[in-house]
Design a protein around this ligand. Sequence first.
Ligand code: FES
Length: 156
Amino acid sequence: MFSKEIQNQVNNLLSRYPIKQNALIPILLLAQKENNGWITEEWMQHVADCCEVPLTHVEGVVTFYTMFRLKPPGKYHLQVCTCVPCCLVGGTEILEYTEKKLNTHAGYTSADGLFSIEEMECIGACSYAPAMIVNEDYHEQVTPEKMDKLIDKLSK
Ligand code: FES
């Protein structure tokens, strides 16, 4: 199921761990990347086979960690931090502004499928709050104006 390039990365990861189960999380991240940002039951089974663990173990990991998604995200997945340091400088307002602008809510995808929003706990960028991640890129000291520019740019 993995592309040749990603399968090489999986093999490399598996070779580093004497117990294959210990490579589960990085391999799940590769599976999620390979499947356009989310994990299906079929992918969970495939990863379970790679790591020689029961499917229920993989399901437990995928449903525990918030970085794994069980439904397809938008083309651009906006992860807006509303943890205390970000909240104190407008993180919640940024989230609400984004929801209003995209006419959707955290946990959902815009009608055109371009944007999904996720409310996050600390993403490790507190010094640059309020912060967010778009796909894999960090955006710091986010303001409504910066959000407007970003969404306009990504919408083109
Ligand atoms: S609280 Fe938002 S990045 Fe840490």
